[in-house]
Design a protein around this ligand. Sequence first.
Ligand SMILES: [Zn+2]
Length: 414
Amino acid sequence: MRSRNVLLVLLVAIFGLSIPSFASDLALIHAKIYPSPTDPPIADGTILVNAGSITDVGPGTTIKVPPGATVLDCHGLVVTAGFWNSHVHILAPELLHAEKRSSSEISSQLEGMFTRWGFTTVFDIASVLDNTNNIRRRIEKGDIRGPRILTVGEPFYPKGGTPIYVKGFLEENHIPSAEVESIPQAIQRVRQQIKDGADGIKIFAGAITANGVLPMPIDLAKAIVIEAHRAGKPVFAHPSNAEGLEVAIQSGVDVLAHTAPMSGDWSPAFAERLKSAHMALIPTLTLFDVEAKKTKVSQEENEMWIKQAVQELKAYSDAGGEILFGTDIGYIDQYDTAEEFTLMSRAGMSMQHILASLTENPANRFGFSQRSGRIAKGMDADLVVLDGDPATDITAFSKVHQVIRQGKVIYPAH
Ligand SMILES: [Zn+2]
């Protein structure tokens, strides 16, 4: 007996605490699982997780839970791959000047905005790059609980095109505006931001100013896109209106950051044009409701704006265009995602299409298809446990029970 104990002590000394990890860390059992937007659901399924990755998924009858695993009983619950929100801003006042803020303060802010709604990855498409880098470094170190953050850092505005709705905010927070005047200056900035860690570039193809929508000169937009693509990075565009949409299409932009109610109805032919330009669309439908309420327009006008945005999403979705879920959280503070799902469903998107916009589409589009977007062996263990089934109630995508990122619970069951 004594010699066996000595051997154990020696093994622990050599291998540290990793010995028991031959067993799985985590097992989710008795869940209804949607492995991907296209695979049929598994009625009573098991997911095994080890060292941050999924090691097995299938019907509970075929998978043995290893001894020592932490078991989460998901009876009556639904599990999908972790969600992506492809349009957010790390600009909430509670997230600025991050170097002066405690990790717990930032963790709880990130939970309220992102993780408690199921987002295990977010794409920040305009913020202060230094500040966002500070936060994501602390997340990756494990000091802050939060999602994977991809960022574009500072956006590119045309000269005189700092949007009217961000001017005051930038001044209040002493953030210099990021307008570009010349092609060489823009190219230099693209290179610098990518060198500093940006995962993409965002342009204001059409910027809303006090004097109407100011389009970005097409040569400038093209130069920015070419330089970003040279580094293998995607470009997002804020279109605003028909002219901004033209700038986005003609310059070779990859992702429209919004629908554009000011542009009027999208015809099937226009949707085909967007599709042949390999454009992805982020609807941000809730945004138009929030903005209309802010400006106190009539109920009729409010509904007209939403109807217009829904028409555009419907046109693109019906054409088979790629949709990425995104809500502009951090600019708007309506964190609850229920309204967005209701409006997406009004645009004719099925539960499977909406799930694709939350998972597989962004993972594929942004180069994470080997790690994210599906529940399958070898993928990151990014999982959302839902209290309801979105197949019968689309708002169940917002009824989040628990969230796991890389095998760790980042939003505990409530
Ligand atoms: Zn935005």
